[in-house]
Design a protein around this ligand. Structure first.
Ligand SMILES: *Cc1c(COP(=O)(O)O)cnc(C)c1O
Length: 434
């Protein structure tokens, strides 16, 4: 069903990347092709190769590439000379987005959040969230978690666990404590209790926090999914200790876990929520910070930015919310498909004694080492499947298929993954036997 990419004949000169592009590039190293087109679940390279996309821009393309309804909305808007950039001026596109977000997302969930348009990327939304929490509480410390990932600007980077990423800062990353996430010490240790105990102890050395910043499923940090009980405890701890609960829903939100927000129906409401990645629905940069109205204590322009509110993204986000979220049908389908994914990954994992991770359509397999995971994803790529790794040692092969993928293609992609894991294990066995 999936055509392996054509063997490249004469590859055009690609030396421009070596010559001019910074060596900081990363994904392009694991997938050394030049892509020209994409539609739905497929990406095409310029050599006639076609790839099934199980990365989806790290969950930025939950509705697939160039969804026809979103694309048409944007084409119509541009053709009519709609505002492309307007700082934070009121525009038709902004009003339509806010109305739709209120009607389709907030009201049905009985959520009363103010909507702050931050700079366009996820890290901007995180910066705004922690800045606001510090301003409102008058406290400095943010509690973040082991394996958390929150972005690359200094404030968000300080909240990120990964040493290699932190090492790029060049200055001390201060005012953040990294506490053990759910399950960090294994199933026997309740890390929420440990946190509560230390916050209650005036001599623990842990300062009173402005905020507790958490992902419900750690996207980059290895697809660790916190239990609803643990998250409820964290929400309660935040409340009792006068800290604001920030859920970073940049990767897990917008439907990835089977509901629009990843914390729905868990019995707590975050004080602040960040959204980005799939919010525009079409891969356009667009981020939001949501917070309880009482927390809206900014002075006008206090947190500013040239690209706050990307009008083209308003248009595609409005179309995506209207199309996918006006009824429960889409979320029901994502949950059903997430269960299929879970079952299939569990079977693949069991064959090799591996563990699965994650929730909804955000799942992966711990294959034991980053080296093995890299070999598996490289082999998948050669067979026409785009798939990446995650985790402290890049040891988790993660499946982030578009949420709109049909069951047959999901299954076909998983067939490739299953085969490549088997091949990698056979290779390891052969090496060990030598
Ligand atoms: C991707 C991500 C970010 C950072 O978003 P950028 O758009 O890369 O700045 C922050 N938090 C989480 C959970 C993410 O997955």
């Amino acid at each position: 069903m999936i055509n392996a990419p054509k063997p490249s004949g004469s590859i055009p000169d690609r030396s421009i990347y070596e010559r001019r592009e910074s060596v900081v590039r990363s994904y392009a190293r694991a997938m050394p092709r030049q892509f020209g087109k994409a539609e739905g679940v497929w990406m095409h390279d310029d050599q006639g190769g076609r790839y099934l996309d199980f990365l989806s821009g790290c969950s930025t393309l939950n509705y697939g590439h160039n969804h026809p309804i979103l694309k048409q909305a944007l084409l119509d808007y541009i053709a009519a000379d709609g505002i492309a950039h307007g700082l934070d001026l009121h525009t038709d596109a902004k009003a339509a987005f806010l109305d739709t977000f209120e009607d389709v997302i907030l009201k049905p969930r009985a959520l009363d959040y103010r909507v702050m348009f931050t700079g366009p990327t996820g890290t901007n939304a995180v910066e705004a969230a922690i800045k606001l929490a510090r301003k409102v509480t008058g406290r400095e410390l943010v509690i973040a978690f082991t394996n958390g990932f929150h972005g690359m600007t200094l404030g968000a980077l300080a909240c990120t666990g990964n040493a290699a990423k932190r090492g790029g800062a060049g200055v001390p990353l201060a005012h953040v404590a990294h506490e053990p996430y759910d399950g960090y010490f294994g199933p026997e240790v309740d890390t929420a209790e440990l946190l509560d105990q230390r916050l209650a102890d005036p001599s623990s050395g842990l300062d009173a926090p402005a905020a507790i910043l958490v992902e419900t499923v750690q996207g980059e940090g290895g697809l660790n999914a916190a239990s609803p009980e643990w998250l409820r405890k964290i929400a309660d701890i935040a409340k009792r200790h006068g800290a604001l609960l920030i859920v970073d829903d940049i990767q897990a939100g917008c439907g990835r876990t089977g509901s629009f927000f990843s914390f729905e129906e868990m019995g707590f409401t975050p004080d602040i929520v960040t959204l980005a990645k799939s919010l525009s629905g079409m891969g356009l940069p667009f981020a939001l910070t949501l917070f309880r109205p009482e927390l809206d204590q900014w002075s006008p322009g206090e947190h500013n930015g040239t690209f706050r509110g990307n009008n083209h993204a308003f248009v595609t986000a409005t179309a995506a919310l209207g199309h996918f979220w006006s009824s429960d049908a889409f979320a029901d389908d994502v949950r059903r498909r997430g269960a299929l994914l879970e079952e299939r990954l569990a079977r693949i994992a069991a064959e090799h004694g591996f563990e699965t991770r994650g929730r909804g359509m955000m799942r992966g397999i711990n294959v034991g080492s980053g080296e093995r995971a890299g070999a598996i994803t490289a082999a998948c790529f050669d067979a026409g499947l785009i798939i990446e790794t995650s985790g402290a040692h890049d040891e988790i092969v993660k499946v982030l298929a578009p949420l709109v993928i049909d069951d047959a293609l999901l299954s076909a992609g998983l067939d490739i993954l299953e085969t490549k894991i088997r091949d990698a294990m056979a290779d390891d066995y052969a090496v060990a036997a030598e």
